[in-house]
Design a protein around this ligand. Structure first.
Ligand SMILES: Cc1cc2nc3c(=O)[nH]c(=O)nc-3n(C[C@H](O)[C@H](O)[C@H](O)COP(=O)(O)OP(=O)(O)OC[C@H]3O[C@@H](n4cnc5c(N)ncnc54)[C@H](O)[C@@H]3O)c2cc1C
Length: 467
């Protein structure tokens, strides 16, 4: 570890230093992947595994894992954001098939880690969404569980934990119960991205780091002084996709920020729990997420803001209000932390798709294949989408390309776009305002019940308006 810690715990433990040379002269290949995060790396990995003769090149502006993939909260979810909406519309057999694909993500990733010898602190302990800081969270959790049942998920997939059982898993303040699912693991994100890059390179993917693409058009990625031509281009840029007019407004780039404490002593972990390194969050709309890292830190984050024009953000003021608010939340949840110090503060940008539902798309005529819009749940989803794109590009038989998250007819123009500015900026800020109001009234515990209920309804209405 460097003596001058980086803001990001994961990148400090595993610096994202370039290992592969930039693209220095024009070239061509069968498939060109743009972006060395999970989406690009999984797609390249599966393409080469399924078709070793295929020439696959990957261009990364910085180094593999430099973006959201090296900085996230490390929840590896066997699922997709917004999956209930997809599953509700399917009949019995197809729904079962889709559920198996979603829940199978964690085992598939575990199998690749073992096969490729990737060490990334993987622990399959499940996830607990706890009703913790105020009573409305319990009602929200039970409501969500009813939705999950309507989507076909049973007790084995998501179940309500009563107070005592939830508290035995998570020693946070006021845990009243929670929704537990076994379909989640935690990982060290940067190590996963870097390990995947090495695995893809061993299979023969030509990786070029420090190779920013400046222009993107069907069949060609233009760099400074050279270009890469390919039959198929896979832009895998998530929060940075808006820089290219071809992809403009497909994704809403939204920030998320995290903290990590110093390593905590064993006695404190006795109180906090998370003995199986379960992922955890509370059931508020602030999208809180946390994990117990392999070296015994509490890592904790929550969804952040949106910048006018949909600009990505990677640097954040460590002394800013955003981090102070998260630290307050963390200490409210875990008073036992006492004087334990927060050592790392960092954040990054993720992509949200219209209707909050991620997608995969291959437009054969344009030679463009892409996936994304994971809405902050991309670690596992990118594996599923990488397999989907590989199967689709190679025209292999399989059920992945007929899943409900696949864009019909594989047409770029069928990918739903967000409205032009300033609509998203205004919409997102209204939504955040609604969330903040709900949080203030409910977490403060002083407001009358009708005001708390009203704030919840307002936040829900704003959500459907923005979608
Ligand atoms: C703070 C934070 C916490 C999160 N927590 C979780 C979590 O706990 N669980 C979960 O499932 N998801 C989480 N997510 C979301 C998840 O990290 C992302 O969905 C996922 O990493 C997206 O991977 P990607 O490959 O699509 O994008 P990225 O990882 O962002 O990769 C895109 C790559 O493209 C490169 N690039 C950009 N422009 C160019 C260019 N012009 N030319 C070449 N390359 C370029 C970037 O350098 C970057 O490496 C979180 C995200 C953030 C930001």
């Amino acid at each position: 570890m460097s003596s001058q810690p980086q803001a990001c715990l994961w990148l400090d433990q595993s610096p994202a230093e370039p290992r592969w040379p930039p693209l220095a002269q024009s070239a061509r290949c069968d498939v060109a992947v743009i972006g060395g995060g999970y989406t690009g790396l999984w797609t390249a990995y599966y393409l080469k595994r399924m078709a070793p003769e295929l020439e696959v090149a990957l261009l990364e502006a910085e180094s593999c894992g430099w973006g959201a993939s090296g900085r996230n909260g490390g929840w590896l979810i066997g699922g997709l954001a917004g999956q209930e909406a997809h599953l509700r519309g399917l009949d019995g057999e197809r729904r079962e098939q889709a559920r198996r694909r979603l829940f199978g993500i964690v085992d598939e990733v575990a199998a690749v880690l073992a096969r490729e010898g990737i060490e990334c602190d993987f622990a399959h302990g499940g996830v607990l969404y706890a009703a913790a800081r105020y009573p409305e969270q319990e009602a929200a959790g039970r409501r969500w569980l009813r939705e999950l049942r309507r989507a076909g998920h049973g007790e084995a997939d998501f179940r309500w934990l009563e107070r005592e059982e939830a508290q035995s898993q998570l020693g946070a303040r006021d845990v009243r119960g929670g929704v537990f699912s076994p379909h989640c693991a935690v990982i060290q994100p940067a190590r996963l991205a870097q390990g995947l890059a090495r695995a893809a390179a061993r299979l023969g993917v030509r990786i070029h780091e420090r190779s920013p693409v400046r222009r993107l058009a069907p069949g060609v990625a233009g760099l400074d002084g050279c270009e890469l031509r390919a039959d198929v281009i896979v832009p895998a840029l998530e929060g940075a996709a808006n820089q290219f007019p071809l992809l403009g407004r497909c994704l809403l780039p939204v920030q998320s920020l995290l903290l990590a404490t110093e390593p905590l002593p064993a006695a404190l972990w006795e109180e906090i729990g998370l003995a199986r390194r379960q992922a955890f969050g509370d059931l508020s709309r602030m999208v809180t997420y946390g994990q117990r890292s392999a070296d015994g830190r509490l890592v904790f984050g929550a969804r952040g803001g949106y910048r006018l024009g949909g600009r990505a953000q990677w640097d954040f003021d460590p002394d800013g209000a955003e981090f102070a608010w998260r630290e307050r939340l963390l200490r409210q949840l875990f008073p036992a932390l006492g004087a334990a110090a927060v050592q790392y503060r960092w954040g990054g940008t993720l992509g949200v798709a219209r209707a909050f539902t991620p997608y995969a798309m291959y437009d054969r005529r344009a030679g463009i294949a892409m996936a994304g819009g994971y809405g902050g749940e991309g670690v596992g989803a990118a594996n599923l989408m990488g397999r989907t794109l590989a199967e689709w590009i190679l025209e292999r038989d399989g059920d992945l390309t007929s899943m409900p998250w696949v864009v019909p007819e594989g047409r770029l123009e069928r990918v739903r776009r967000w409205a032009p500015e300033p609509v998203p900026w205004l919409g997102y800020h209204l939504l955040r305002g609604g969330y903040a109001l709900e949080e203030r009234l409910c977490a403060g515990n002083a407001a009358p019940a009708w005001a708390r209920r009203g704030a919840g309804r307002l936040a829900a209405a704003l959500e459907s308006l923005l979608a």
